[in-house]
Ligand binder design. Structure first.
Ligand code: ZN
Length: 337
């Protein structure tokens, strides 16, 4: 019996000397001192001993347990000291840490969202359409004649003969009206493509918000009220709009809208080219041919449409001088907004 305990102690001592990390220490503790460990096994055998043998055996097992616990504690300390001295030299826990980066909305997304929210407040809902579009929806249904210059390869990216990257968000007007009877009140945000030479104010891909309002008896007055409200909400309550006659194939009459310069309030400065006015969007009354393409009766309904470039609006709002900055992913630029 004594010999067995001695053997166990020697095995344990040898095993413990090999232990070099906290996990192995715990494995050792469970094996010898755990609830189902070697020491517990010895205690369990006491029931089978005679009354004379029991006290001596119990004392011997108790001693063994105490020695094992002591040896384990010593080894634990040694392992802890070893792992501390194993830290890489040059590690300085007093140095300041790195500040985590926080993500944020892209400036174009937040400007777009703000624009959409203003029109939502006036009862418009959001509609979207594909960026790869048919010639029919991008041009033909919108009353562009076959020889219109914007249909030229110089201006439009064609994928094949009748398939192209949409040059404006207006094709969604047709797609939406084909599926929904009047009245219609939608804004259409989205990415558009033009075959442009890229410079500080021209990009080959950019974003627009389109608006369409169709019902019985919609007038040019509704158009100007709606856009004036938008301009005041977005650029400030002192903002005024003026409308200049213009031409678009899909509206008649058509206009371009200028707002009073936010920098000089109309007195003239560099931003507005000393005119006091800044062009912000195109608009007009929906052309009867567009209604016919979409299956609406132009004798029954009228409507207005408008469209603006998000990049242009964002550049005006934030004083950004170069349109290319929006796509360059430069954090020095993006983190300002
Ligand atoms: Zn100005």
């Amino acid at each position: 019996m004594q010999q067995e305990l001695q053997q166990l102690w020697e095995d344990a001592e040898q095993e413990l000397a090999q232990v070099a990390e906290p996990k192995a220490l715990e494995i050792f503790r469970i094996k010898y001192l755990g609830k189902k460990g070697a020491v517990a096994g010895l205690f369990a055998r006491m029931g089978g001993l005679s009354a004379e043998e029991r006290p001596a055996f119990g004392q011997a097992v108790n001693d063994l347990r105490a020695r094992l616990e002591e040896a384990l504690a010593l080894r634990k300390q040694a392992v802890a000291e070893q792992s501390e001295s194993a830290l890489p030299t040059g590690y300085d826990p007093s140095l300041p840490g790195y500040k985590p980066w926080f993500g944020r909305r892209h400036v174009l997304s937040s400007v777009l969202q703000e624009i959409v929210e203003i029109f939502r407040g006036m009862g418009f809902s959001v509609a979207e359409g594909p960026e790869v579009e048919l010639d029919y929806f991008n041009f033909q249904a919108l009353n562009f004649p076959d020889d219109h210059p914007s249909r030229d390869l110089q201006d439009t990216f064609y994928i094949e003969k009748d398939v192209l990257l949409r040059t404006h968000t207006s094709p969604v007007q047709i797609r939406y009206m084909e599926k929904h009877p009047p009245p219609v009140r939608i804004v259409v945000p989205g990415r558009v493509y033009r075959n442009e030479a890229i410079d500080a104010s021209h990009a080959a891909e950019f974003h627009q918000v389109e608006g369409l309002y169709v019902d019985e008896g919609v007038t040019m007055g509704d158009l100007t009220v709606t856009l004036r409200h938008f301009a005041k909400e977005f650029f400030g309550s002192g903002t005024e709009l003026r409308f200049r006659p213009h031409f678009f194939p899909f509206t008649e009459p058509s206009a371009e809208a200028d707002m009073t310069c936010f920098a000089c309030a109309g007195s003239g400065c560099r931003i507005c080219g000393n005119t006091g006015w800044i062009e912000i969007m195109g608009a007009g009354m929906v052309h009867p041919n567009v209604f016919k393409s979409a299956g609406y009766d132009p004798e029954k309904v009228t409507g207005f449409a408008f469209g603006m470039g998000i990049e242009r609006i964002a550049m005006l709002r934030h004083g950004i001088k170069d349109i290319r900055l929006f796509l360059e992913n430069d954090l020095r630029f993006l983190s300002q907004f």
